[in-house]
Design a protein around this ligand. Structure first.
Ligand SMILES: *Cc1c(COP(=O)(O)O)cnc(C)c1O
Length: 388
């Protein structure tokens, strides 16, 4: 029997080790891992540079309190600011923590300028911002909030793509609009660049903040460092997590100078957030992933992968409805429930994970090889043939 709570419906498989894009079971079965801990292991398993970083740092210093200066964190924050819109960074340990902290930053900003009633956050219905009490109510998802009342107040919702309702829902108490640039759990739905630009304009006009939850689509996953880079917009607040630790739990909130002014001493804190061990790993990930050449390669791989997936879609138009995504955040939307498809992929040694709207989510490491993409394409094609 298992002593773990049953809040997951786990697959009956475990892994002994991983290397790059591959996972190995105890009896030596080899799987192509295109889940990568849900967009976490951006450099694959057992990356030699990350191993060296963690080895070296673990011999020096693991953890000190944020009551003291942490040079490794200063260094990572500087890199994040130099490569992005941000002026300041606040470190956390996970995505949900980072999105909650982002909400705190937004509210605290309006409080600090004498507008404490401007505190409501306008979110996309059925979005995903994590599993803490506030973040589930931010998502507005019935499934995620059921049984976890009382409802956390302060969140309004609009339907993805419904621009009219979005505008109607903004009122004098709205502090911020919070979006995922690409809805990950929600089915790999990309907000088009022109919509992001309109969103930014709308926020400027209404004098409210734009929070772009980049926990899943950030840190190179989209082929740019941030998924909103291509639209040239600058959000005010951006929570990140998943990719930035390359497998080590790190979260962060990036923000501009204006809103950071509200975060005075004592307004927020985290015991673990930004400790030297985590920051050392984050620095190594950042050095690799923020490199232009690295990101251009992600784009190149993405173009190849998406083109070939669309080719398979054309061959099996009754199975595959749409190929979605950007960079290496990819969704294959099926007409039917995707469970059987995912199971068959797994039988053929390819690991993928579901997302909403019958989507098979495919998340290769960002340094995946073309030959590994080819292997996945072959398996996907084979499963389509079998299901035809
Ligand atoms: C995964 C995710 C989160 C939550 O991250 P955790 O580390 O699981 O708390 C928040 N927002 C988005 C967009 C995510 O994909």
């Amino acid at each position: 029997m298992s002593y773990l709570t049953k809040n997951y419906n786990r697959k009956k498989i475990s892994f002994k080790r991983g290397k790059g894009a591959y996972l190995y079971t105890a009896n030596g079965s080899k799987y192509l891992d295109f889940v990568q801990g849900i967009a976490v292991n951006c450099l694959g398993h057992s990356n030699p540079k990350l191993i060296k970083t963690i080895k070296d740092q673990s011999k020096k210093l693991w953890h000190v309190s944020n009551a003291f200066e942490i040079p490794e964190g200063e260094k990572l924050a500087k890199k994040l600011c130099q490569k992005t819109f941000a002026d300041y960074v606040m470190f956390q340990n996970s995505g949900a923590e980072a999105t909650e902290a982002a909400i705190k930053v937004a509210r605290r900003y309006f409080y600090s300028i004498g507008k404490p009633n401007k505190n409501r956050i306008l979110c996309v219905k059925n979005s995903f911002h994590g599993r803490t009490i506030a973040s589930i109510f931010a998502s507005g998802s019935k499934k995620m909030t059921e049984g976890f009342g009382p409802k956390v107040p302060g969140f309004d919702h609009f339907i993805f793509g419904d621009h009219k309702s979005l505008k109607k829902k903004i009122n004098k108490n709205t502090a911020a609009i919070m979006i995922e640039n690409i809805m990950g759990e929600g089915g790999i739905k990309v907000i088009p660049d022109f919509c992001l630009r309109e969103l930014r304009k709308l926020c400027n006009k209404k004098k409210i903040l734009l929070i772009a939850d980049s926990v899943q689509d950030g840190v190179g996953r989209s082929g740019d460092f941030f998924a909103f880079d291509q639209s040239k917009i600058k959000p005010d607040i951006v929570p990140i997590a998943k990719g930035i630790g390359g497998g080590f739990p790190i979260g962060a909130v990036l923000m501009n100078k204006k809103v950071a002014a509200g975060m005075t001493p004592g307004t927020h804190g985290s015991t673990f957030g930004g400790n030297p061990l985590a920051m050392a790993v984050g620095n190594t990930v950042m050095d690799i992933v923020s490199n232009r050449k690295f990101l251009n390669n992600v784009k190149k791989l993405s173009k190849y992968f998406l083109w070939n997936l669309n080719f398979i879609k054309q061959k099996y138009p009754r199975i595959i409805k749409e190929i979605r995504g950007r960079g290496l955040l990819v969704g294959v939307q099926l007409y039917k429930d995707q469970s059987r498809f995912i199971k068959k992929l797994m039988d053929n040694k390819l690991l993928t994970i579901r997302a909403a709207e019958n989507v098979v989510r495919i998340l290769p490491p960002l340094n995946v090889k073309k030959s590994e993409l080819d292997q996945a394409l072959k398996i996907i094609n084979k499963v389509c043939t079998e299901l035809k």
